[in-house]
Design a protein around this ligand. Structure first.
Ligand code: ATP
Length: 444
Protein backbone atom coordinates (compact mmCIF):
# COMPACT_ATOMS: atom_id res chain seq x y z
CA UNK A 1 0.00 0.00 0.00
CA UNK A 2 1.31 3.45 -0.80
CA UNK A 3 1.11 6.45 1.52
CA UNK A 4 -2.05 7.70 -0.20
CA UNK A 5 -3.90 4.49 0.55
CA UNK A 6 -3.10 4.43 4.27
CA UNK A 7 -4.05 8.03 5.09
CA UNK A 8 -7.31 8.40 6.96
CA UNK A 9 -10.07 10.83 5.99
CA UNK A 10 -10.22 14.02 8.04
CA UNK A 11 -13.65 15.28 9.06
CA UNK A 12 -13.60 19.02 9.76
CA UNK A 13 -16.69 20.50 11.33
CA UNK A 14 -15.66 24.14 11.07
CA UNK A 15 -15.33 26.27 8.02
CA UNK A 16 -13.08 29.12 9.14
CA UNK A 17 -12.53 30.84 5.82
CA UNK A 18 -14.94 30.88 2.95
CA UNK A 19 -13.81 33.76 0.85
CA UNK A 20 -14.24 33.87 -2.88
CA UNK A 21 -11.15 31.81 -3.72
CA UNK A 22 -10.39 30.16 -0.38
CA UNK A 23 -12.04 27.32 1.56
CA UNK A 24 -10.02 26.75 4.75
CA UNK A 25 -6.55 25.72 3.51
CA UNK A 26 -7.70 25.14 -0.08
CA UNK A 27 -7.12 27.82 -2.72
CA UNK A 28 -9.50 27.48 -5.63
CA UNK A 29 -8.25 27.75 -9.20
CA UNK A 30 -10.37 26.49 -12.11
CA UNK A 31 -13.62 24.56 -12.32
CA UNK A 32 -13.00 21.02 -13.60
CA UNK A 33 -16.48 19.60 -13.62
CA UNK A 34 -20.12 19.95 -12.76
CA UNK A 35 -22.63 17.26 -11.92
CA UNK A 36 -26.19 17.00 -10.70
CA UNK A 37 -25.08 17.42 -7.11
CA UNK A 38 -22.31 19.93 -7.23
CA UNK A 39 -19.34 21.59 -8.81
CA UNK A 40 -15.75 20.37 -8.71
CA UNK A 41 -12.78 22.77 -8.55
CA UNK A 42 -9.06 22.22 -8.87
CA UNK A 43 -7.46 23.57 -5.66
CA UNK A 44 -4.06 23.72 -4.03
CA UNK A 45 -3.79 22.54 -0.45
CA UNK A 46 -1.67 25.13 1.43
CA UNK A 47 -1.21 22.87 4.44
CA UNK A 48 0.14 20.06 2.30
CA UNK A 49 3.02 21.53 0.25
CA UNK A 50 0.61 22.92 -2.35
CA UNK A 51 -0.73 19.48 -3.23
CA UNK A 52 -3.40 19.58 -5.95
CA UNK A 53 -6.85 18.41 -4.86
CA UNK A 54 -10.29 18.25 -6.44
CA UNK A 55 -12.77 20.07 -4.20
CA UNK A 56 -16.37 18.99 -4.72
CA UNK A 57 -18.83 21.57 -3.39
CA UNK A 58 -22.32 20.27 -2.73
CA UNK A 59 -25.31 22.31 -1.50
CA UNK A 60 -27.17 20.55 1.31
CA UNK A 61 -30.40 20.92 -0.61
CA UNK A 62 -31.60 22.12 -3.96
CA UNK A 63 -35.05 23.51 -4.89
CA UNK A 64 -36.36 20.07 -5.95
CA UNK A 65 -35.62 18.73 -2.45
CA UNK A 66 -38.07 21.17 -0.81
CA UNK A 67 -41.19 19.49 -2.17
CA UNK A 68 -39.88 16.05 -1.18
CA UNK A 69 -39.00 17.36 2.29
CA UNK A 70 -42.47 18.84 2.79
CA UNK A 71 -43.97 15.47 1.91
CA UNK A 72 -41.63 13.65 4.28
CA UNK A 73 -42.28 16.03 7.18
CA UNK A 74 -45.81 14.66 7.27
CA UNK A 75 -44.44 11.17 7.78
CA UNK A 76 -43.12 9.66 11.01
CA UNK A 77 -39.41 10.28 11.41
CA UNK A 78 -37.97 7.30 13.34
CA UNK A 79 -34.93 8.66 15.26
CA UNK A 80 -36.49 12.09 15.84
CA UNK A 81 -33.69 13.45 13.68
CA UNK A 82 -34.45 16.11 11.09
CA UNK A 83 -35.00 14.42 7.72
CA UNK A 84 -32.18 14.83 5.25
CA UNK A 85 -32.86 16.45 1.92
CA UNK A 86 -32.29 14.04 -0.95
CA UNK A 87 -29.16 15.97 -1.97
CA UNK A 88 -27.74 15.79 1.56
CA UNK A 89 -28.74 12.14 1.80
CA UNK A 90 -26.89 11.42 -1.41
CA UNK A 91 -23.74 13.29 -0.32
CA UNK A 92 -23.77 11.51 3.07
CA UNK A 93 -23.88 8.19 1.25
CA UNK A 94 -21.06 9.30 -1.01
CA UNK A 95 -18.93 10.31 2.00
CA UNK A 96 -19.69 7.08 3.90
CA UNK A 97 -18.64 4.93 0.96
CA UNK A 98 -15.60 7.01 -0.01
CA UNK A 99 -14.34 7.13 3.59
CA UNK A 100 -14.05 3.39 3.46
CA UNK A 101 -12.33 3.02 0.08
CA UNK A 102 -8.56 2.51 -0.12
CA UNK A 103 -7.66 1.24 -3.53
CA UNK A 104 -5.43 2.27 -6.40
CA UNK A 105 -8.37 2.31 -8.84
CA UNK A 106 -10.78 4.28 -6.67
CA UNK A 107 -10.53 8.05 -6.20
CA UNK A 108 -9.30 8.88 -2.67
CA UNK A 109 -11.17 11.17 -0.31
CA UNK A 110 -8.84 13.26 1.88
CA UNK A 111 -11.09 15.55 3.88
CA UNK A 112 -14.73 16.47 4.42
CA UNK A 113 -15.61 19.97 5.62
CA UNK A 114 -19.07 19.66 7.09
CA UNK A 115 -19.92 22.75 9.11
CA UNK A 116 -23.57 22.68 10.30
CA UNK A 117 -23.64 26.51 10.07
CA UNK A 118 -22.98 26.36 6.33
CA UNK A 119 -25.33 25.40 3.51
CA UNK A 120 -22.56 23.57 1.63
CA UNK A 121 -20.48 20.44 2.25
CA UNK A 122 -16.95 20.25 0.82
CA UNK A 123 -15.20 17.05 -0.25
CA UNK A 124 -11.44 17.30 -0.87
CA UNK A 125 -10.37 14.43 -3.12
CA UNK A 126 -7.36 13.22 -5.01
CA UNK A 127 -7.14 15.29 -8.23
CA UNK A 128 -7.30 13.12 -11.36
CA UNK A 129 -5.65 15.45 -13.86
CA UNK A 130 -6.09 13.21 -16.93
CA UNK A 131 -9.87 13.82 -16.87
CA UNK A 132 -12.64 11.47 -18.06
CA UNK A 133 -11.71 8.87 -20.68
CA UNK A 134 -12.49 9.99 -24.22
CA UNK A 135 -13.97 7.08 -26.15
CA UNK A 136 -15.64 8.35 -29.31
CA UNK A 137 -15.33 11.11 -31.86
CA UNK A 138 -18.08 13.25 -33.35
CA UNK A 139 -18.93 10.50 -35.88
CA UNK A 140 -19.46 8.03 -33.03
CA UNK A 141 -16.33 6.12 -33.99
CA UNK A 142 -14.02 4.60 -31.36
CA UNK A 143 -10.85 6.55 -30.53
CA UNK A 144 -9.14 4.07 -28.21
CA UNK A 145 -7.03 1.14 -29.38
CA UNK A 146 -7.88 -2.40 -28.25
CA UNK A 147 -4.83 -2.40 -25.98
CA UNK A 148 -5.87 0.90 -24.33
CA UNK A 149 -9.39 -0.48 -23.91
CA UNK A 150 -8.02 -3.60 -22.23
CA UNK A 151 -5.95 -1.54 -19.78
CA UNK A 152 -8.93 0.66 -18.89
CA UNK A 153 -11.31 -2.29 -18.42
CA UNK A 154 -8.68 -4.10 -16.34
CA UNK A 155 -8.34 -1.10 -14.01
CA UNK A 156 -12.12 -0.86 -13.63
CA UNK A 157 -12.38 -4.60 -12.95
CA UNK A 158 -9.84 -4.22 -10.12
CA UNK A 159 -11.68 -1.22 -8.67
CA UNK A 160 -15.03 -3.02 -8.86
CA UNK A 161 -13.60 -6.22 -7.41
CA UNK A 162 -12.44 -4.22 -4.41
CA UNK A 163 -15.79 -2.42 -4.03
CA UNK A 164 -17.79 -5.64 -4.26
CA UNK A 165 -15.50 -7.31 -1.75
CA UNK A 166 -16.25 -4.42 0.63
CA UNK A 167 -20.02 -4.81 0.07
CA UNK A 168 -20.33 -1.70 -2.13
CA UNK A 169 -22.30 -1.60 -5.40
CA UNK A 170 -21.28 1.46 -7.43
CA UNK A 171 -24.47 1.68 -9.57
CA UNK A 172 -23.19 4.28 -12.04
CA UNK A 173 -20.29 2.75 -13.94
CA UNK A 174 -19.90 4.60 -17.26
CA UNK A 175 -17.02 6.25 -19.15
CA UNK A 176 -17.77 9.70 -17.61
CA UNK A 177 -17.11 8.26 -14.15
CA UNK A 178 -13.71 6.81 -15.11
CA UNK A 179 -10.90 9.35 -14.81
CA UNK A 180 -7.24 9.16 -15.79
CA UNK A 181 -4.37 10.05 -13.50
CA UNK A 182 -2.16 12.93 -14.78
CA UNK A 183 0.17 10.61 -16.75
CA UNK A 184 -2.78 8.62 -18.19
CA UNK A 185 -1.43 5.33 -16.90
CA UNK A 186 -4.16 4.49 -14.37
CA UNK A 187 -7.93 4.82 -14.48
CA UNK A 188 -9.89 5.42 -11.27
CA UNK A 189 -13.59 5.17 -10.50
CA UNK A 190 -15.32 8.34 -9.23
CA UNK A 191 -18.84 9.44 -8.18
CA UNK A 192 -20.35 7.38 -5.36
CA UNK A 193 -23.49 9.53 -5.08
CA UNK A 194 -25.87 6.63 -5.81
CA UNK A 195 -23.72 3.77 -4.51
CA UNK A 196 -25.22 1.20 -2.19
CA UNK A 197 -23.64 -0.57 0.75
CA UNK A 198 -24.72 -4.04 1.85
CA UNK A 199 -23.28 -4.89 5.27
CA UNK A 200 -21.69 -8.32 5.61
CA UNK A 201 -24.23 -10.93 6.87
CA UNK A 202 -21.85 -12.05 9.61
CA UNK A 203 -21.81 -8.73 11.46
CA UNK A 204 -24.78 -6.81 12.77
CA UNK A 205 -22.66 -3.68 13.03
CA UNK A 206 -21.09 -2.09 10.01
CA UNK A 207 -17.38 -1.44 9.91
CA UNK A 208 -18.40 1.98 8.63
CA UNK A 209 -18.21 3.14 12.26
CA UNK A 210 -20.51 5.89 13.40
CA UNK A 211 -22.76 5.77 10.36
CA UNK A 212 -26.30 4.51 10.68
CA UNK A 213 -26.07 2.60 7.45
CA UNK A 214 -29.56 1.03 7.47
CA UNK A 215 -31.04 4.57 7.33
CA UNK A 216 -28.53 5.70 4.75
CA UNK A 217 -28.75 2.57 2.62
CA UNK A 218 -32.28 1.15 2.93
CA UNK A 219 -32.80 -2.05 0.98
CA UNK A 220 -35.70 -0.45 -0.91
CA UNK A 221 -33.19 1.96 -2.49
CA UNK A 222 -31.85 -0.88 -4.59
CA UNK A 223 -35.15 -1.23 -6.44
CA UNK A 224 -35.18 2.41 -7.55
CA UNK A 225 -34.46 3.01 -11.22
CA UNK A 226 -31.53 5.36 -10.78
CA UNK A 227 -28.32 5.68 -12.74
CA UNK A 228 -27.65 6.50 -16.37
CA UNK A 229 -30.40 5.06 -18.65
CA UNK A 230 -28.19 3.52 -21.40
CA UNK A 231 -26.07 1.78 -18.78
CA UNK A 232 -28.87 0.31 -16.64
CA UNK A 233 -29.13 -3.46 -16.27
CA UNK A 234 -32.36 -5.29 -17.31
CA UNK A 235 -33.24 -6.15 -13.70
CA UNK A 236 -33.23 -2.40 -12.89
CA UNK A 237 -35.40 -1.34 -15.81
CA UNK A 238 -37.68 -4.35 -15.45
CA UNK A 239 -41.37 -3.49 -15.92
CA UNK A 240 -44.32 -4.98 -14.17
CA UNK A 241 -47.51 -5.69 -16.14
CA UNK A 242 -49.18 -2.69 -14.47
CA UNK A 243 -46.53 -0.34 -15.79
CA UNK A 244 -46.87 -1.85 -19.23
CA UNK A 245 -50.59 -1.09 -19.23
CA UNK A 246 -50.11 2.53 -18.16
CA UNK A 247 -47.62 3.37 -20.88
CA UNK A 248 -49.19 6.21 -22.89
CA UNK A 249 -48.02 5.27 -26.36
CA UNK A 250 -48.95 2.51 -28.73
CA UNK A 251 -45.48 1.19 -29.41
CA UNK A 252 -45.29 0.06 -25.79
CA UNK A 253 -47.64 -2.76 -26.73
CA UNK A 254 -44.49 -4.50 -27.83
CA UNK A 255 -43.12 -4.57 -24.29
CA UNK A 256 -42.39 -8.12 -23.38
CA UNK A 257 -40.04 -7.79 -20.44
CA UNK A 258 -42.37 -9.63 -18.12
CA UNK A 259 -42.71 -12.55 -20.46
CA UNK A 260 -40.30 -15.36 -21.08
CA UNK A 261 -37.99 -14.41 -23.93
CA UNK A 262 -36.09 -17.11 -25.78
CA UNK A 263 -32.91 -16.33 -27.68
CA UNK A 264 -30.91 -19.09 -29.35
CA UNK A 265 -32.76 -21.56 -27.18
CA UNK A 266 -31.65 -19.81 -23.97
CA UNK A 267 -34.04 -18.12 -21.57
CA UNK A 268 -32.78 -14.58 -21.30
CA UNK A 269 -35.24 -12.83 -18.99
CA UNK A 270 -36.81 -14.53 -15.98
CA UNK A 271 -40.53 -14.30 -15.23
CA UNK A 272 -39.94 -12.85 -11.77
CA UNK A 273 -37.88 -9.73 -11.24
CA UNK A 274 -34.38 -10.91 -10.28
CA UNK A 275 -32.84 -9.43 -7.13
CA UNK A 276 -30.61 -6.38 -7.56
CA UNK A 277 -27.04 -7.39 -6.79
CA UNK A 278 -23.50 -6.41 -7.70
CA UNK A 279 -24.23 -8.03 -11.11
CA UNK A 280 -25.69 -4.63 -12.16
CA UNK A 281 -22.15 -3.20 -12.09
CA UNK A 282 -20.96 -6.01 -14.40
CA UNK A 283 -23.69 -5.06 -16.88
CA UNK A 284 -22.70 -1.36 -16.80
CA UNK A 285 -19.05 -2.35 -17.12
CA UNK A 286 -19.95 -4.41 -20.22
CA UNK A 287 -21.85 -1.44 -21.72
CA UNK A 288 -18.78 0.73 -21.01
CA UNK A 289 -16.54 -1.91 -22.61
CA UNK A 290 -18.82 -1.95 -25.68
CA UNK A 291 -18.69 1.89 -25.90
CA UNK A 292 -14.88 1.86 -25.85
CA UNK A 293 -14.75 -0.81 -28.57
CA UNK A 294 -17.38 0.60 -30.94
CA UNK A 295 -17.80 4.31 -30.08
CA UNK A 296 -21.54 4.01 -29.32
CA UNK A 297 -23.78 2.25 -26.79
CA UNK A 298 -25.22 -1.25 -27.47
CA UNK A 299 -28.80 -0.12 -26.79
CA UNK A 300 -30.09 3.27 -27.87
CA UNK A 301 -33.28 4.99 -28.92
CA UNK A 302 -33.60 4.92 -32.74
CA UNK A 303 -33.18 8.22 -34.56
CA UNK A 304 -36.85 8.07 -35.60
CA UNK A 305 -38.04 8.09 -31.97
CA UNK A 306 -40.50 10.81 -31.02
CA UNK A 307 -40.04 13.97 -28.91
CA UNK A 308 -41.51 12.48 -25.78
CA UNK A 309 -38.56 11.77 -23.44
CA UNK A 310 -40.66 9.43 -21.30
CA UNK A 311 -41.60 7.37 -24.36
CA UNK A 312 -37.98 7.25 -25.59
CA UNK A 313 -36.78 6.05 -22.23
CA UNK A 314 -39.45 3.37 -22.34
CA UNK A 315 -38.27 2.20 -25.79
CA UNK A 316 -34.69 2.07 -24.52
CA UNK A 317 -35.64 0.02 -21.44
CA UNK A 318 -37.66 -2.34 -23.61
CA UNK A 319 -34.58 -2.90 -25.78
CA UNK A 320 -32.37 -3.50 -22.76
CA UNK A 321 -34.79 -6.12 -21.42
CA UNK A 322 -35.72 -7.94 -24.57
CA UNK A 323 -33.40 -7.25 -27.51
CA UNK A 324 -30.10 -8.76 -28.48
CA UNK A 325 -27.19 -6.43 -29.28
CA UNK A 326 -25.07 -6.30 -32.42
CA UNK A 327 -21.48 -5.50 -33.18
CA UNK A 328 -19.85 -3.46 -35.94
CA UNK A 329 -17.53 -5.11 -38.47
CA UNK A 330 -14.48 -3.66 -36.75
CA UNK A 331 -13.63 -2.66 -33.20
CA UNK A 332 -11.26 -0.13 -31.61
CA UNK A 333 -9.38 2.72 -33.27
CA UNK A 334 -7.12 0.01 -34.76
CA UNK A 335 -10.18 -1.34 -36.63
CA UNK A 336 -9.72 -4.98 -35.70
CA UNK A 337 -12.18 -7.38 -37.39
CA UNK A 338 -14.91 -8.70 -35.11
CA UNK A 339 -16.35 -11.51 -37.19
CA UNK A 340 -19.88 -10.31 -36.38
CA UNK A 341 -22.18 -11.10 -33.46
CA UNK A 342 -21.30 -14.83 -33.56
CA UNK A 343 -17.70 -15.13 -34.83
CA UNK A 344 -16.69 -18.58 -36.06
CA UNK A 345 -12.95 -18.81 -35.30
CA UNK A 346 -12.45 -19.45 -31.54
CA UNK A 347 -8.80 -18.40 -31.78
CA UNK A 348 -9.59 -14.93 -33.24
CA UNK A 349 -9.59 -11.77 -31.10
CA UNK A 350 -13.08 -11.04 -32.42
CA UNK A 351 -14.38 -14.32 -31.01
CA UNK A 352 -12.68 -13.82 -27.64
CA UNK A 353 -13.92 -10.23 -27.17
CA UNK A 354 -17.49 -10.83 -28.41
CA UNK A 355 -17.67 -13.94 -26.20
CA UNK A 356 -16.51 -11.85 -23.22
CA UNK A 357 -19.19 -9.22 -23.94
CA UNK A 358 -21.72 -12.00 -24.35
CA UNK A 359 -20.97 -13.40 -20.89
CA UNK A 360 -21.16 -9.94 -19.30
CA UNK A 361 -24.35 -8.87 -21.10
CA UNK A 362 -26.59 -11.78 -20.08
CA UNK A 363 -30.09 -10.47 -19.38
CA UNK A 364 -30.50 -12.79 -16.43
CA UNK A 365 -28.06 -11.65 -13.72
CA UNK A 366 -27.72 -15.25 -12.54
CA UNK A 367 -26.11 -16.18 -15.89
CA UNK A 368 -23.91 -13.08 -16.04
CA UNK A 369 -20.13 -13.41 -15.60
CA UNK A 370 -18.77 -12.46 -12.20
CA UNK A 371 -15.54 -10.57 -11.62
CA UNK A 372 -13.61 -13.68 -10.51
CA UNK A 373 -14.81 -15.40 -13.70
CA UNK A 374 -13.38 -12.57 -15.79
CA UNK A 375 -10.00 -13.14 -14.19
CA UNK A 376 -9.69 -16.93 -14.52
CA UNK A 377 -8.40 -18.77 -17.55
CA UNK A 378 -10.74 -19.85 -20.35
CA UNK A 379 -10.97 -23.52 -21.20
CA UNK A 380 -10.98 -24.08 -24.96
CA UNK A 381 -12.79 -27.26 -25.92
CA UNK A 382 -12.70 -29.11 -29.17
CA UNK A 383 -15.83 -30.95 -30.31
CA UNK A 384 -14.62 -34.46 -31.16
CA UNK A 385 -16.74 -37.12 -32.91
CA UNK A 386 -18.00 -38.54 -29.63
CA UNK A 387 -17.06 -36.12 -26.87
CA UNK A 388 -15.42 -32.84 -25.87
CA UNK A 389 -11.65 -32.51 -25.57
CA UNK A 390 -9.98 -29.85 -23.55
CA UNK A 391 -7.76 -28.26 -26.19
CA UNK A 392 -5.94 -25.72 -24.04
CA UNK A 393 -6.32 -23.27 -21.20
CA UNK A 394 -5.94 -19.70 -22.32
CA UNK A 395 -5.15 -16.74 -20.09
CA UNK A 396 -8.14 -14.41 -19.95
CA UNK A 397 -8.12 -11.58 -22.46
CA UNK A 398 -7.86 -8.91 -19.79
CA UNK A 399 -4.48 -10.33 -18.62
CA UNK A 400 -3.02 -10.58 -22.09
CA UNK A 401 -0.18 -8.03 -21.81
CA UNK A 402 0.70 -8.82 -18.18
CA UNK A 403 4.22 -10.25 -17.87
CA UNK A 404 3.50 -12.56 -14.93
CA UNK A 405 -0.27 -13.22 -14.75
CA UNK A 406 -0.04 -15.58 -11.77
CA UNK A 407 1.85 -13.03 -9.67
CA UNK A 408 -0.48 -10.23 -10.85
CA UNK A 409 -3.58 -12.22 -9.93
CA UNK A 410 -2.20 -12.86 -6.47
CA UNK A 411 -1.06 -9.26 -5.95
CA UNK A 412 -4.32 -7.70 -7.07
CA UNK A 413 -6.71 -10.04 -5.29
CA UNK A 414 -8.64 -8.24 -2.51
CA UNK A 415 -8.37 -11.44 -0.45
CA UNK A 416 -4.59 -11.77 -0.96
CA UNK A 417 -3.82 -10.20 2.41
CA UNK A 418 -6.45 -12.32 4.14
CA UNK A 419 -4.93 -15.49 2.64
CA UNK A 420 -1.45 -14.37 3.71
CA UNK A 421 -2.67 -13.76 7.27
CA UNK A 422 -4.38 -17.18 7.31
CA UNK A 423 -1.18 -18.85 6.15
CA UNK A 424 0.83 -16.89 8.71
CA UNK A 425 -1.59 -17.85 11.50
CA UNK A 426 -1.45 -21.51 10.45
CA UNK A 427 2.34 -21.39 10.52
CA UNK A 428 2.36 -19.55 13.85
CA UNK A 429 -0.05 -21.99 15.48
CA UNK A 430 2.03 -24.92 14.19
CA UNK A 431 5.18 -23.39 15.69
CA UNK A 432 3.32 -22.81 18.94
CA UNK A 433 2.09 -26.40 19.18
CA UNK A 434 5.64 -27.62 18.34
CA UNK A 435 6.90 -25.46 21.19
CA UNK A 436 4.31 -26.90 23.56
CA UNK A 437 5.27 -30.44 22.72
CA UNK A 438 9.05 -29.94 22.97
CA UNK A 439 9.22 -27.67 26.00
CA UNK A 440 6.23 -28.97 27.93
CA UNK A 441 4.95 -25.43 28.33
CA UNK A 442 1.50 -25.20 29.88
CA UNK A 443 -0.94 -23.21 27.84
CA UNK A 444 -3.40 -21.00 29.69
N1 ATP B 1 -11.27 13.72 -8.35
C1 ATP B 1 -11.50 14.39 -9.48
N2 ATP B 1 -10.50 14.86 -10.23
C2 ATP B 1 -10.74 15.55 -11.38
N3 ATP B 1 -11.98 15.81 -11.86
C3 ATP B 1 -13.04 15.37 -11.14
C4 ATP B 1 -12.86 14.64 -9.92
N4 ATP B 1 -14.07 14.31 -9.44
C5 ATP B 1 -14.97 14.82 -10.30
N5 ATP B 1 -14.37 15.45 -11.32
C6 ATP B 1 -15.04 16.11 -12.48
O1 ATP B 1 -16.24 16.70 -12.03
C7 ATP B 1 -17.37 16.12 -12.70
C8 ATP B 1 -18.56 16.00 -11.73
O2 ATP B 1 -18.18 15.19 -10.63
P1 ATP B 1 -19.14 14.10 -9.99
O3 ATP B 1 -19.51 13.10 -11.07
O4 ATP B 1 -18.51 13.55 -8.77
O5 ATP B 1 -20.38 15.02 -9.61
P2 ATP B 1 -21.89 14.62 -9.42
O6 ATP B 1 -22.64 15.85 -9.07
O7 ATP B 1 -21.97 13.49 -8.45
O8 ATP B 1 -22.23 14.11 -10.87
P3 ATP B 1 -23.48 13.28 -11.38
O9 ATP B 1 -24.41 14.27 -11.96
O10 ATP B 1 -22.87 12.36 -12.45
O11 ATP B 1 -24.04 12.52 -10.22
C9 ATP B 1 -16.88 14.78 -13.23
O12 ATP B 1 -17.57 14.36 -14.37
C10 ATP B 1 -15.41 15.06 -13.51
O13 ATP B 1 -15.26 15.60 -14.79
Amino acid sequence: MNQLETQSVEITSQLTTNRHRRVNQYIRSRKVGKGQHGEVFLCTDESNHGRQVALKIVKRSNPRDRIKLLRRNHQQNPGGLPPLSSTEHSVRKEITVMKKCRHGNIVRLFEVIDDPQQDKIFLAMEFLAGGPIQWSNTQHQPVLSIQQTRRIIRDVILGLEYLHHEGIIHRDIKPANLLWTHDRTIVKIIDFGISHFIPPITSTKSHMEGDSYPDLFPESDLLRRIGTPSFLAPEIVWFSDDRKRTCPTTSCDTLTSNTLTIHDGITVMPLQRPPITKAIDIWSLAVTFYCLLFGHTPFSVPASANENAYHNEFVLYNQICTQDWFVDETMGADRMTTGGRHPKDPTSDGFIIVDLLDRMLRKNPRDRATIPELKVSDDIYLFGPSNLHLLCQRNPWILRDIANPKEWLHRTSPTANEITICRWMKKASKRFSDLLSTHRVRAY
